[in-house]
Design a protein around this ligand. Sequence first.
Ligand SMILES: [Zn+2]
Length: 177
Amino acid sequence: MTAPIPRPSPHHRHDGDGWVECSFGGEPHRHWGRFGAAGLFLARRSPDGRVADVVLQHRALWSHHGGTWGIPGGALASGEDVVAGALRESAEEAGIVPAAVRIIGQHTVDHGLWRYTTVVAEPAGSARIEPRATDAESLEVRWVSRRSVSRLPLLPAFAVALPSLLALCDRPEVSSI
Ligand SMILES: [Zn+2]
């Protein structure tokens, strides 16, 4: 594995910023976020109730897996719960107003010493959300149609989680809450 490129003086440093060495699954690797990490998977539906578009972040080239597409997110601060962290990161990176989203579920990848929680949400009520890149972590942040997502080079971990995230959104009991 190549050494990570140092992050350019981020605007929003906190005590969770840092790498965690991980041996989950046998092969040594590392994760960003001393207290774990969280991100926001924001989906909007077509009239039939299925997910039509999701908000994706084209990751800055200097970042881990730079140039791939994933979701707004990042390291949790100490004591920060996953929902608060995901909403803070998506506000910082994508200009998404926390009050404009409604949370419908969570999906967690647990590596023991480190975990990543994807907070799954949709626009609250009739909220119209126009995400955009609001800091240096992104080349671009925008709605991507469901059928276009799989044609993009995805962050590997996001590609693995994507079917579960879409299934969570498409579950009828979730959309009818
Ligand atoms: Zn790991």
